[in-house]
Design a protein around this ligand. Structure first.
Ligand SMILES: Cc1ncc(CN)c(N)n1
Length: 221
């Protein structure tokens, strides 16, 4: 059985925001087939911009994994994540053509800009490895849980959206998220009280940014 660590404790403590991020109405509307396709197109354009900003964030996680981790396998896990972002960007470009979304004209909305600013602050060399690893796990896990939900039994996900759901809802991505979680948990086990407070705060803030991001797709800012 999987060992319960700090992250599971924090998820239990902050269950309502965790559920808001992983079972957002936008995601539920994909799963039940009622999704408004203009919302999907908004999400696609905004997420393409987000992912371009996520690349330097993951690169900064990679640098910390090389310098601060003490476990050589951490670097390989993060490098795998960075490599898959290359495929992800290509996938977005194909979807952009399919859905007639011209990324060169997409303007980042407030929620996107704020999330990107938050990630930039986390890239500072001052941010400790357990804190950035916790954030990294949460960012990836929200997409994994959300899109896996759209593929679970009983879904009515429109066939033209299953590609997006498989991108983050597949078993390989689930295993990768578990590897990132295990790294974060290992680091948190040895972290000081101060670092634990910071990591918990960052986890909650990621979840809040993810909720705001889904909201934006449905027409919020
Ligand atoms: C907003 C957001 N959060 C997470 C992911 C998954 N990398 C994403 N593509 N976009």
């Amino acid at each position: 059985m999987e060992k319960r660590g700090m992250i599971d404790t924090w998820i239990d403590k902050h269950r309502s925001i965790y559920t808001a991020a992983t079972r957002h109405a936008f995601v539920v509307s994909i799963r039940d087939g009622s999704v408004d396709l203009s919302s999907f197109r908004t999400w696609l354009g905004q997420d393409y911009l987000f992912v371009r900003g996520f690349v330097p964030f993951v690169a900064s996680v990679l640098i910390k994994a090389c310098k601060d981790s003490g476990e050589s396998s951490d670097m390989e896990v993060v490098l795998g994540g960075l490599a898959s972002l290359n495929d992800e960007i290509e996938w977005f470009k194909k979807e952009g053509t399919k859905w007639d979304v011209d990324f060169s004209t997409v303007v980042p909305q407030n929620a996107n800009q704020e999330y990107r600013r938050f990630l930039e602050a986390l890239m500072s060399s001052e941010v400790k490895y357990p804190v950035i690893m916790t954030a990294f796990w949460a960012i990836e896990a929200v997409y994994q849980e959300s899109f896996a939900h759209c593929l679970e039994d009983g879904n009515k996900t429109p066939v033209e959206l299953t590609g997006a759901c498989h991108r983050w809802g597949n078993d390989g991505f689930k295993q990768y998220c578990l590897s990132v979680k295990n790294i974060a948990e290992r680091c948190l086990e040895n972290a000081s009280g101060e670092v634990l407070v910071e990591a918990e705060d960052v986890l909650v803030r990621v979840l809040e940014h993810e909720v705001a991001f889904w909201e934006m797709s449905r027409g919020g800012q």
